[in-house]
Write a protein that binds this ligand. Structure first.
Ligand SMILES: [Zn+2]
Length: 171
């Protein structure tokens, strides 16, 4: 897919993890799929580069200091999203949705995703059946998250695309 040269926003699609339960505030309940960091529900989430230690046995420590600005080339930091709607089914606590992204954006066209500096969730696909330990609580939490973000909850990936493209076109 050819990404048009736009100075404005980039529309992307991704997966989050919802932290269920009343014991975690909604504002701390929308996580990246794999890392322990909550997305903001009140303002754009801003990428940061976590200090990390390369832990592969038998390999030298690669790097432990973060990039000055995330995302940067030669690193893996940034807010990830795909160019195309996520088609795979995800069960709670994982949810599929869309983001508007801007700022520094690094495109990985061959691998069909980008890494952005700032992003704001636009819409989520209503979960179909729950997995995880607390599907009911995860679903309740997702609706509260969407409410706080002013994000739409849509029925499927096609509706997600239509709604998200409409939102992106307003920018
Ligand atoms: Zn980095």
């Amino acid at each position: 897919m050819r990404i048009p040269d736009r100075t404005g926003v980039v529309l992307g699609y991704r997966v989050w993890r919802v932290i269920p339960g009343k014991w975690v505030a909604p504002s701390e309940s929308l996580y990246a799929q794999t890392c322990h960091r909550a997305w903001s529900l009140t303002e754009p989430t801003v990428a940061y580069c976590p200090p990390r230690v390369q832990g592969d046995p038998g390999k030298p420590l690669v790097r432990s200091s973060p990039c000055e600005a995330a995302p940067s080339f030669g690193c893996t930091c940034g807010l990830y999203a795909r160019y195309e709607p996520v088609q795979e089914t995800h069960r709670l606590p994982y949810v599929v949705g869309s983001v508007l992204a801007w700022g520094q954006v690094i495109h990985h066209e061959d691998r069909s995703f980008f890494r952005a500096e700032k992003a704001l969730p636009v819409a989520f696909v209503r979960p179909r059946g729950g997995g995880g330990a607390f599907p009911r609580l995860s679903e309740d939490k997702l609706f509260r998250i969407a409410d706080l973000l002013g994000a739409e909850v849509v029925e499927d990936s096609e509706e997600l695309r239509v709604h998200s493209e409409m939102e992106a076109s307003k920018w």
